[in-house]
Design a protein around this ligand. Structure first.
Ligand code: ADP
Ligand code: ASP
Ligand code: MG
Length: 410
């Protein structure tokens, strides 16, 4: 019997009737003869609400306790899902991340998966049960609950699919991966398939439909991931490792992210070792920095600019101010109202014209580019947050993404 690991996101389990809808879908799948493990997210905005509640108590909740709190969101939906399955006559059981065998390190809020020990999951499947796993959470070596980062239920699902050698299906509130966020560009088009590399770039640059670490895991363990809707039976998008012959040399999608803040350290003495001094304390505090640029120096002084998540700014700023002082830099300025827009496609960096067309399009729309960064298959521009929707739409039109691809017309 085929084994499938499915994942249902927060909006798909947002209230009782949606939970019943998902339970009915799981039942259909089990009735068709598949063995089903389903990973569930917290209901709707529960995770955000729990974080906000903690902040009403204190500005700086201890990371361990915050994890104890937010992990309850997934626990709640797992139990409710099993009740809904029982009501339909389906034999099912809920397991917390710990019970299901998700082992993590102890970096609370951003824990990394160390191992999946799915013994209990296997036993329950062998008993003929549907297993509902609470996503996003694991257990540390010291038996504490740790969460694995926002959007982490996607990662839970791919990790279990790898450990159980199962199919992997991510069900969400859109019916696949689109050429841009369909909420921002209504003309966005659903992709039939996409490579891990392209999906990873889109995801890590803000296409929230898949968590980047889930895509990374899928790629490492060669797990094809189907992204589809939990509301309808439209064909979804397959994320896979095959060669994308048709896709070579063109833009496949546009990602955007408004969760961007920028810090500039001005007047940094240009000597060996300063960059290391600046970024070491941020790394020690587990603050991830995104795009970094250092300007050419004038009279032995340079400016260093980097971006990070808006939420991390309050913690990062004092650390940066301290090093700036220590290394004799002039001052530190920060801007919270930033965003980034990226075009992604295999081969676009080596092919001439893509970068130029991107910059021309933004300039024609009167959008100022503050920072540019590239990878082999991506070009990203940091722009003011207020213009992000205009930027996505203008680029979607400029790269003719609304048109069906040749392979899709066949
Ligand atoms: P879930 O709660 O199921 O995990 P998310 O809200 O995390 O769902 O992700 C789904 C959302 O991702 C969609 O509603 C859509 O607005 C957004 N999104 C961003 N970029 C894309 C894209 N390229 N294709 C599809 N959806 C996208
Ligand atoms: N509930 C968690 C979050 O909101 C994990 C997830 O939904 O994937 O980030
Ligand atoms: Mg998600």
């Amino acid at each position: 019997m085929p084994l499938v690991v499915q994942k249902y996101g927060g909006s798909s389990v947002a209230d009782a009737s949606r939970i019943k809808n998902v339970a009915a879908r799981i039942k259909r799948r089990a009735d068709a003869g598949d063995r089903v493990v389903a990973v569930v997210s917290a209901m709707g905005d529960t995770t955000d609400e729990l974080i906000a509640l903690a902040r009403e108590i204190t500005d700086a909740p201890e990371a361990r306790e915050l994890d104890v709190l937010v992990s309850t969101g997934e626990t709640q939906s797992s139990a409710l899902m099993v009740m809904a399955l029982h009501a339909l006559g389906v034999d099912a059981i809920s397991l917390s991340g710990a019970q299901a065998g998700m082992r993590t390190d102890n970096v609370h809020g951003k824990a990394r998966i160390l191992a999946i020990e799915p013994r209990r999951v296997r036993e329950e499947i062998d008993r003929g049960r549907v297993v509902i796993v609470a996503g996003f959470q694991g257990l540390t070596e010291t038996l504490d609950v740790a969460t694995i980062g926002r959007g982490g239920s996607d990662t839970t699902a791919v990790a279990f699919a790898a450990a159980l050698n199962a199919l992997c299906e991510i069900y969400t509130d859109v019916d696949g991966v689109y050429t841009a966020d369909p909420r921002v560009e209504p003309g966005a088009r659903k992709l039939k398939d996409i490579t891990y590399e392209e999906m990873l770039e889109l995801a890590s640059k803000g296409a929230r439909v898949m968590a980047p670490r889930a895509v990374e895991l899928g790629s490492v363990y060669s797990i094809p991931i189907l992204v589809a809707s939990s509301y309808n039976d439209e064909p979804g998008t397959l994320i896979h490792g095959g060669v994308d012959m048709e896709g070579f040399n063109r833009v496949r999608g546009i990602a955007h992210d408004v969760d961007v803040a920028k810090i500039t350290i001005r007047g940094v003495p240009d000597r060996p070792g300063v960059a290391a001094e600046i970024f070491a304390p941020l790394a020690d505090a587990h603050l991830s920095v995104d795009t970094i640029v250092q300007n050419a120096s004038k009279e032995q002084l340079t400016d260093v600019t980097f971006t990070l998540a808006k939420n991390d700014l309050a913690r990062a700023r004092p650390l940066v101010e301290r090093v700036a002082k220590a290394i004799g830099a002039r001052d530190v300025v920060a801007d919270e109202q930033m965003a980034k827009v990226s075009i992604v496609g295999t081969g676009i960096q080596s092919a001439p014209g893509y970068a130029a067309r991107m910059f021309r399009t933004l300039s024609d729309a009167g959008i100022n580019i503050e920072i540019i960064s590239t990878s082999e298959i991506r070009i990203t521009c940091i722009i003011p947050e207020a213009r992000i929707a205009d930027a996505v739409r203008a680029l979607h039109a400029a790269f003719e993404l609304e048109k069906a691809e040749a392979s899709e017309l066949a």
